[in-house]
Write a protein that binds this ligand. Structure first.
Ligand SMILES: Cc1cc2nc3c(=O)[nH]c(=O)nc-3n(C[C@H](O)[C@H](O)[C@H](O)COP(=O)(O)O)c2cc1C
Length: 186
């Protein structure tokens, strides 16, 4: 009898540990990495992630490319600064927003501009219904974190499951840890 109780208690402890340590489970299925990159840093990260996952890759290219002057954040009147200030700005995507039907997991990568996503990412989320899909956001930045942009994505895609975000600094190493934390690793 004593042995039975010891065994039962052991099982209970094990079950509790498993439940406590378990990562949240997200849909595992067809995956795509969607990204915007103005100067190449996020592109490099996106390509690394797509390779790690064997995922498809879609670069969001602006219909009107950003020049160096457009990206000059020291100039209050520059295109990027004006867009970031303008709530309704939705810069056009070359070729429009493509359908992501058939994908279960959408990794969304972007640089941080003024603490959040560049407005062209809003164009993407406005134009693409990601209801029921898992969105995994990652960014590159000069130092700002990812959390404000994750909140924005949750507002723009209320019917999607949005994972914890990642600010990428060390490519593959950061992605590997993040995928594990989010439950997306397989
Ligand atoms: C218009 C503009 C605004 C930016 N705002 C921020 C910011 O608020 N915080 C930050 O850490 N970095 C900021 N950055 C730096 C970029 O996030 C960083 O250089 C990023 O890695 C660039 O990615 P990309 O090469 O893929 O475009 C800004 C850059 C630009 C061009």
């Amino acid at each position: 009898m004593k042995k039975f109780f010891a065994f039962a208690a052991g099982c209970a402890v094990l079950a509790a540990l498993c439940a406590f340590g378990a990562a949240p489970s997200y849909a595992a299925g067809k995956e795509i990495v969607v990204y915007f990159s103005a100067t190449g840093t996020t592109r490099e990260a996106a390509e690394t992630l797509a390779k790690m996952r064997g995922a498809d890759l879609w670069e969001i290219v602006p219909e009107q490319p950003y020049t160096a002057e457009d990206l000059n954040y020291h100039n209050d009147a520059s295109r990027s600064n004006s867009e970031q200030r303008d709530e309704s700005a939705r810069p056009a995507i070359a070729g429009g927003v493509r359908s992501l039907d058939g994908y279960d997991v959408v990794y969304a990568g972007y640089p941080i501009w003024w603490g959040n996503m560049p407005k062209i990412m809003y164009t993407f989320f406005d134009g693409c219904d990601l209801s029921g899909k898992t969105i995994a956001p990652f960014c590159t930045s000069g130092g700002s974190g990812v959390s404000a942009s994750v909140s924005t994505i949750k507002e723009l895609e209320p019917q999607a499951k949005v994972t914890e975000g990642l600010r990428v600094r060390n490519g593959e190493r950061d992605f590997a840890a993040w995928l594990k934390e989010t439950g997306l690793a397989r």
